[in-house]
Design a protein around this ligand. Sequence first.
Ligand code: FES
Length: 225
Amino acid sequence: MQRFEVDIDPNDRMLLDVLVKLKSVDESISLRRSCHKGICGHDAININGANRLACQTNMKELPSRIILRLLPSLPVIRDLIVDMTSFFQQYHSVILYLINDTLPPGRERLQSPEERDQLDGLYECIPYQSCSSACPSFWWNPGKYGGPTGLLSAYRFIVDSRGMATSARLDNLEDPYRLFRCRTILNCTDICPKNLNSAAAIGQIRSMLARRVVRPWRDAGTRRS
Ligand code: FES
């Protein structure tokens, strides 16, 4: 671990401002960042024990001694930069686009306000690895468990009224590891900078899978009686 001392001024509002200042003093320090607005997720790091975005962490919230670590469980590339390959492999293994084989209408596929409301709390997810790297199930099942980011995004497309491939999407997740390794530890929900609830989305997918199993059995019972 390396120790740095930095004088901060009123313009250094966020931790990312301070890190950029530090880099201007020592160019060898490596960190990722891009938007500075909480959109890209590139500056996710472990700050005093919690995964957060540096650009969304106000210096006023932090003590004078700040301990920065890499995001847990991901391989190190250099300084504060981790290798996100395994994270993105899992993330892209859920189908991250709408599937609709019908002819597109003249202008666009419309949704009712109620259908659009279903996407609130889902579409805002940014594919950064803070929540997945805070999740013990993700640590223990590398390359197998979908992780909170992947599963929340999967649910976003499952409930989109414009899509048609619900059954195929559920098939894709019906596996002992991909979905069912969630143990509702809720670290993902605690640290989400957008206040999204991945655990609830995972619960909804589980319920859909359970209903899919129960319904044919119940229908068969109804026919028998
Ligand atoms: Fe893009 Fe912080 S720099 S989210």
